[in-house]
Write a protein that binds this ligand. Structure first.
Ligand SMILES: *[C@@H]1O[C@H](CO)[C@@H](O)[C@H](O)[C@H]1NC(C)=O
Ligand SMILES: *[C@@H]1O[C@H](CO)[C@@H](O)[C@H](O)[C@H]1NC(C)=O
Ligand SMILES: *[C@@H]1O[C@H](CO)[C@@H](O)[C@H](O)[C@H]1NC(C)=O
Ligand SMILES: *[C@@H]1O[C@H](CO)[C@@H](O)[C@H](O)[C@H]1NC(C)=O
Ligand SMILES: *[C@@H]1O[C@H](CO)[C@@H](O)[C@H](O)[C@H]1NC(C)=O
Ligand SMILES: *[C@@H]1O[C@H](CO)[C@@H](O)[C@H](O)[C@H]1NC(C)=O
Ligand SMILES: *[C@@H]1O[C@H](CO)[C@@H](O)[C@H](O)[C@H]1NC(C)=O
Ligand SMILES: *[C@@H]1O[C@H](CO)[C@@H](O)[C@H](O)[C@H]1NC(C)=O
Ligand SMILES: *[C@@H]1O[C@H](CO)[C@@H](O)[C@H](O)[C@H]1NC(C)=O
Length: 269
């Protein structure tokens, strides 16, 4: 069970938080979050276009009981410059249970969290879409809550359902506390609005969109870089809207994405 891992980590004195640094509530237990076969874990920089539908979730060990995922963005820019960032609730889905057998997702053996009862979302999934305004990189944070006992506690369930009605100025820490639920695991991935000025674009390639393609669409400028070859990488604009793909030089070490993102970016073209 997870508890033994918890103890091992605590004893080792190396409790790494899988939620973003400073984020509350924190979790030192990881979880699988993946878009298709691309892992979106450990703060990895993801392409907005790859995050259109809710990710697959899972844990390395099989869980017994019923769980709820909460996904928030704690990096909503303030209405007035200099103000504090606030939280937005992106997703809250209850009724999740571990699959009986593990599957391999992005090379990681995972017991997928599935919703066999088709429980309606408390708050349906909203795709990451950071505006072109500081902070341009948003840390989309997932928390896995143990809501096993909630089936018999309508107070706790109502707390989550009531909280899920208001997405803006959300407070994950207060909601988790009020519902009295335990956090089992956490994770985060980043999406950056790196819209580039025209002079920063070294080459443009037209990409067919699945919807009404707009030749004038602004490309997504998320920098993707393979650590083994950090020269230049091609990324695409969101497929749904069509638009342009851009090739540009990645000179920002803080925005190095993994091989998975590179593969996904190339596959999109
Ligand atoms: C989570 O941690 C476990 C144990 O260290 C590891 O086996 C697993 O691959 C990790 N999962 C992810 C998604 O990183
Ligand atoms: C797991 O297996 C048990 C026993 O066969 C079954 O009752 C249960 O529905 C299965 N759970 C899932 C999530 O498939
Ligand atoms: C959930 O939805 C799936 C697909 O629509 C359906 O096959 C299944 O029977 C549903 N399960 C329940 C418990 O309603
Ligand atoms: C960046 O933000 C602008 C508006 O602020 C938006 O039109 C554009 O779609 C965003 N791009 C990405 C990749 O989120
Ligand atoms: C979740 O809570 C239930 C009791 O409500 C407990 O049996 C189960 O072990 C908990 N799950 C984890 C992963 O701790
Ligand atoms: C039900 O949940 C509330 C928190 O929402 C908690 O204060 C209360 O003790 C719980 N009741 C039972 C019987 O577990
Ligand atoms: C957001 O919520 C906090 C309390 O959690 C409150 O003090 C603050 O005024 C709220 N901000 C807005 C803009 O509603
Ligand atoms: C464009 O490139 C210049 C010089 O490298 C850089 O200072 C600037 O921040 C870039 N602008 C954007 C929007 O990325
Ligand atoms: C790295 O990029 C250069 C050109 O930019 C290319 O010639 C080389 O094959 C690439 N190396 C790898 C490992 O992809």
């Amino acid at each position: 069970m997870l508890s033994s891992t918890f103890i091992a980590v605590a004893l080792a004195g190396a409790a790494i938080a899988f939620t973003p640094s400073g984020f509350q509530p924190a979790s030192t237990q990881n979880m699988t979050v993946a878009f298709g076969n691309t892992l979106a874990i450990n703060g990895k920089e993801m392409q907005k276009a790859d995050t259109a539908t809710a990710p697959t979730l899972g844990t390395s060990q099989r869980l017994f009981g019923t769980y709820t995922v909460m996904m928030v963005d704690p990096d909503i820019p303030p209405a007035t410059a200099g103000g504090a960032t606030s939280e937005l609730l992106h997703w809250m889905q209850s009724g999740l249970v571990s699959a009986n057998t593990s599957t391999t997702i992005g090379g990681v053996a995972t017991f997928e969290l599935i919703n066999p009862g088709n429980t309606s979302a408390i708050a349906s999934y909203i795709q990451p879409s950071p505006p072109n305004k500081a902070p341009n990189t948003h840390r989309y944070t997932q928390l896995l809550l143990n809501t096993t006992a909630m089936g018999s506690n309508t107070t706790a369930l109502n707390t989550l359902m009531t909280a899920g009605k208001t997405r803006t100025n959300f407070s994950a820490v207060n909601v988790v506390k009020a519902a009295g639920v335990a956090i089992i695991a956490g994770n985060s991935f980043d999406v950056t609005n790196g819209t580039l000025v025209q002079s920063n674009i070294t080459k443009t390639t037209s990409v067919a969109g699945s919807g009404a393609a707009s030749a004038t669409g602004t490309g997504s400028g998320t920098r993707a870089s393979d650590a083994a070859n950090a020269s230049s990488v091609t990324t695409g604009a969101p497929k749904a809207t069509g638009g342009v793909g851009e090739t540009f030089h990645s000179g920002n070490g803080a925005l190095i994405a993994g091989l998975g993102a590179l593969a996904a970016a190339v596959a999109m073209l």
